[in-house]
Design a protein around this ligand. Structure first.
Ligand SMILES: [Zn+2]
Length: 525
């Protein structure tokens, strides 16, 4: 039996004026009434969760009674947990403040500005003959492929495709409305946007690690290839999201070797190694060490020390960085930053990886712009500039972003003084939270068997795309919800609970069911 996990209160006077509220209430009321009709009024667990201090009027009494009935109708409770219900009015608020205030109307255009893409000056393009090299914008998303993607990951992927679509649409609209210069019109026709999923295949394969003398060693997904069986789920979401935005946005999947192979990475590594005494403790306060790794090259070994505590660093006479990595079975092996093949095999923990790629992509943007300018200055055809932005979850905002990324970009600047860099542009997707406001965590779900109550409530599909498909849930309901957030950008500057998203799924499924039935009737007639 499908049961709602939340209850919606009617307004005090019994009147509901807003159409959306009526819709919310009616959708949920029906299954509650159905469950009341089918269930015995014996309520063995009711007293545990119903407040006894309330002197209920008739409405309240009915609600409390319905709550108890719903609870009694659920499968018998395991002794290890109980269930609780939220009573609310079904009204969703989107208060303005901070980011939601600033970007409520100009979300896409602001990103375009920050990325350094061309904007007309005052509605019409007043600077003819300005130099506009052809541009490709790469919108990056990332994932550690250690389980089938959960709802938070799907939200991030969807937002990336929708931003890509809206960037293109922004220019298509401009093309139609404004009187543009020939240069800008040609640039728009040639503007490419693609979404790139960077798989963190350097993430540990949890069952393959070991601890020796209190030091953690791991084997990466890249080494064990365990993630290969999960790839189809990631590919399916990418394909589906690309189709959802109209098929005009190409996408590709890459791995960490692709990032580490960017030509500027050796110089970034050298800067990081030179500044390791400061950087290590700032990025890893618990160990004080740079979490840089390289899998042991011995055949069949592949062990890498997780936190980089035993790493040894030196700078060669030519200025390259020599990093020695320790394997508990085979001793030290080393990587020289002047050898691009060795550098491509380096692995980093999350903050260090974030820093390396922010530098690498930022430098690539600046260098590709410069190359395009130089080509034109020498009378050649301008080369294509490569611009990067990132879409990630809001758990990476705040202190994390400020101290582990932006502070380091500034402080490492003298070490990379020869390299120009375009500042990173990052769009944050709303965080998906559980009932307590905690981030829905895939590692808790995978490693520690958390969220049993979600399964019991029929909401296990929030935790994996695989489960979503098994339950026959239409994942495009989530796509459409994220689309509504981007259509009204203040909705992007807040988290959403799984209970809220579950309600969206229930409402939209009910609507779809009604539409399908109407279609069937028409066909019969
Ligand atoms: Zn080894």
């Amino acid at each position: 039996m499908k049961l709602p996990t939340e209850m919606v209160l009617d307004s005090p006077g019994g009147e509901v004026k807003d159409a959306a509220q009526v819709e919310d209430f009616e959708t949920l009321k029906r299954p509650i009434e159905a469950s009341m009709g089918q269930t015995s009024l014996v309520m063995p667990h009711a007293s545990a969760n119903v407040p006894t201090f309330v002197q209920p009027d008739r409405t309240m009494k009915g609600i409390v009674s319905a709550t108890a009935t719903v609870q009694a109708a659920l499968p018998p409770l395991d002794v290890s947990f109980d269930r609780y219900y939220v009573l609310h009015d079904g009204k969703v608020h989107h208060p303005l403040g901070a980011g939601s205030y600033i970007y409520k109307k100009e979300y896409i255009s602001s990103h375009i500005r920050y990325l350094g893409l061309p904007l007309p000056t005052t509605g019409v393009d007043k600077i003819p003959h300005r130099f506009l090299p052809p541009s490709t914008l790469v919108i990056h998303i990332g994932a550690q492929p250690n389980n089938s993607p959960h709802i938070g990951t799907i939200v991030v992927f969807t937002l990336a495709f929708l931003i890509a679509r809206d960037m293109k649409k922004y220019y298509a609209d401009l093309h139609q409305k404004a009187d543009l210069s020939t240069e800008l019109t040609a640039w728009i026709d040639n503007f490419k946007v693609l979404v790139q999923l960077d798989l963190v295949d350097t993430a540990p394969h949890n069952e393959e690690g070991c601890v020796r003398d209190g030091i953690n060693y791991q084997r990466s997904q890249r080494f064990t290839k365990a993630y290969h069986r999960l790839l189809p789920d990631y590919e399916e979401i990418m394909k589906s999201a690309a189709a959802f935005v109209g098929g005009g946005i190409p996408y590709k999947l890459t791995n960490q070797e692709a990032v580490a192979s960017i030509p500027s990475v050796p110089r970034i590594i050298e800067a990081i190694v030179r500044d390791r005494e400061r950087l290590g403790p700032e990025l890893a306060p618990e160990t004080g060490a740079l979490a840089m790794r390289s899998a042991c090259p011995h055949k069949g070994c592949g062990l890498a020390e997780k936190h980089g505590r035993k790493n040894k660093y030196s700078i060669s006479s030519s200025g390259s960085a020599i990093i020695e990595f320790y394997c508990p079975n085979h001793g030290y092996h080393s990587v020289d930053s002047s050898n691009p093949k060795q550098v491509a095999k380096l692995e980093f923990n999350t903050p260090l990886r974030n820093l390396v790629r922010a530098f690498a992509y930022g430098i690539q943007t600046a260098e590709s712009r410069e190359a395009a300018r130089n080509a034109v200055a020498h009378g050649g055809t301008p080369t294509r500039e490569l611009i990067h932005m990132r879409v990630t979850g809001s758990d990476y905002t705040g202190l994390y972003s400020e101290q582990l990324l932006w502070r380091q970009l500034i402080l490492l600047k003298p070490e990379t003084s020869s390299l120009a860099i375009q500042p990173p542009v990052i769009a944050y997707a709303p965080l998906i939270q559980d009932w307590a406001g905690s981030k829905l965590s895939k590692s808790l779900y995978v490693d520690k068997g958390a969220y049993e109550y979600l399964r019991a409530a029929g909401m296990g599909y929030m935790l994996s795309f695989d489960e979503m498909k098994r339950q026959g849930k239409d994942h495009t309901i989530l796509f459409r919800e994220v689309e509504r957030w981007l259509d009204d950008p203040r909705k992007l500057f807040r988290p959403y609970s799984i209970d809220y998203l579950h309600r969206i799924f229930e409402q939209e499924s009910a609507k779809e069911e009604v539409i399908n039935k109407m279609r069937e009737k028409k066909e019969v007639v």
